[in-house]
Design a protein around this ligand. Structure first.
Ligand code: ZN
Length: 317
């Protein structure tokens, strides 16, 4: 089911409300696609059965539309389950899938820390290969046997992400303990099914690109161009971390209209002068990555001053 058009995509997980970092990622991804004449899709990553709520899905769609972003396709990842399952079945038939009941503690004990913050899976259960007839009934998580192999990956901004995914991450999960298909697996399947040619996303997701490209090679899927951008950070204690729940979109909407918020986000990364009010569509003509700051931006929020971008270089996390 290969799409005929070439797409960019914004793929937020729907495990919480949108925050300023979500809007930055959505805006940059949308501008990247629109400025190249590509179609752009909104893919709602709603596979986490416990944390993804229908209310978050609806709010994400509504808030992005409010900001002025439109989509050529809107997909819910959970609706593609049959397609995901068919690929898993083919991997099972190829003898590449095994059941793994390792606890987190057991993986942590034997695994090295991977650059995405997870622990490398040390391969304890590799011999527990599942057969075509019985993998659906297995309650245990399922993993993919990933053979060693160097994967060359250079992100478009020059970020060197090459490496041997098997030695960095170990065998990746395909199906989790809760029965949901795992993030990297479905992400590469859905990108290929849609015809995604450019993946634009925050720099925090860059390290896992090596694993995603290794999966594409194994599954015979094309590799899109990857571009990772700066993040909005917030100060928590004396540490800077990726901006999460500091301020909700509802709180922002009380003090700002959509044009003001769009301008604030665009100005924080240098696309427009501070104080600009604009719609995303007005930024398409002049958009180019050379005009987007590569420095992470420290944001702070308080009910009186609102959302303030502190300019200047900030420490990365
Ligand atoms: Zn295991």
């Amino acid at each position: 089911m290969q799409s005929e058009r070439s797409f960019g995509r914004f793929a937020p997980s729907t495990t919480g409300p949108a925050h300023p970092g979500t809007l930055l990622a959505a805006l940059l991804c949308w501008l990247d696609a629109r400025s190249r004449g590509l179609a752009v899709a909104l893919r709602l990553e709603d596979l986490d059965r416990e944390r993804s709520k229908p209310g978050f899905v609806d709010a994400m769609v509504r808030d992005l539309a409010w900001l002025g972003l439109d989509w050529d396709a809107t997909q819910r990842q959970s609706e593609a389950r049959a397609r995901h399952e068919a690929v898993l079945e083919s991997l099972v038939r190829a003898g590449r899938v095994y059941a793994c009941d390792c606890s987190r503690a057991r993986i942590r004990e034997g695994g090295a820390l991977a650059p995405d913050g997870s622990f490398r899976y040390p391969g304890h259960c590799r011999a527990r290969v599942v057969a075509s007839g019985n993998w659906r009934a297995t309650p245990d998580p399922l993993r993919l046997r990933l053979e060693p192999g160097f994967v060359p990956v250079l992100d478009e901004s020059g970020l060197e992400l090459s490496g041997d995914a098997a030695s960095i991450f170990g065998d990746p999960l395909l199906r989790r303990r809760d029965g949901a298909y795992a993030y990297h697996f479905v992400s590469v399947l859905d990108d290929a099914a849609l015809g995604v040619v450019r993946v634009v996303r925050g720099r925090d997701l860059a390290p896992s690109t090596t694993l995603q490209v290794a999966l594409q090679h194994l599954l015979g899927l094309p590799t899109p161009v990857y571009r990772h951008h700066a993040l909005f950070l917030e100060r928590s204690g004396d540490k800077l971390s990726k901006l999460h729940g500091a301020v909700s979109i509802d709180a922002l909407r009380e003090g700002l209209d959509a044009e003001a918020l769009c301008g604030l986000i665009a100005s924080a990364v240098g696309l427009v002068p501070v104080g600009t009010h604009c719609r995303p569509s007005e930024l398409v003509a002049n958009f180019g990555w050379a005009r987007v700051s590569t420095d992470d931006v420290l944001l702070s929020w308080d009910p009186v001053d609102g959302l303030v971008a502190r300019s200047g270089p900030t420490a990365s996390t």
